[in-house]
Ligand binder design. Sequence first.
Ligand SMILES: [Ca+2]
Length: 220
Amino acid sequence: MLEQASPFRLGPCTVSIERMSRFVAGLGGLLLIIVVAACSRGGDQDQATSASGSAGAGAGGEGLAQDAGNLPTEVVIAHFPIDSLDGVISRVGVSFDASVSSDGKGSVRIDASGPVTVKLFELGDIDLDNTRIDYSAKLRSEGLQGAAYLEMLVSLPGLGEFFSRGFDTAIRATSEWSSPRTPFFLSKGQDPDNIRLNLIITGRGKVWIDDVKLTRPRRP
Ligand SMILES: [Ca+2]
């Protein structure tokens, strides 16, 4: 297993992405779109911290990008606005909460009776390599003993399954909505045949998750 650090700092991109998420939430379901963010590019320096390394800019996943103009900084690979439990894999202690959300359209609530890994979404074969990918969501907690954080599992053909865990953006106790994120660095030729998006909870309590995304930095 190869653990990757989570160095991504929340910056001016966050606000723009949240605005865009409200817009795309109305479309529902799994979307394949471009986020047009007005903020400046800021992610490439993070490549230096890649545990798997990166050969820099190059090909891969271009089929995902349709130019919407005006300097988009991130490309959305998958977006789950969560206005129902559709697609959510784990169901034990998991419910849809229409009254609590970051986007006004409900969220997934987990009533954890102890440590649990909540399996949220499985993306299957994604045509990407030679890029950073970022798993992000909105998280909230109430009376949480321990912590809750994002986990991304990336299956690479011939190499096995690797994980990225957002320890540094974990939430604890009682917290309002925050925007955790955890990255994974795909080297050239590392083209995942599956990506799984999970939520790890290390103790009992209530956790809400909303607005789940997988994105990558847009290339210049
Ligand atoms: Ca929602």
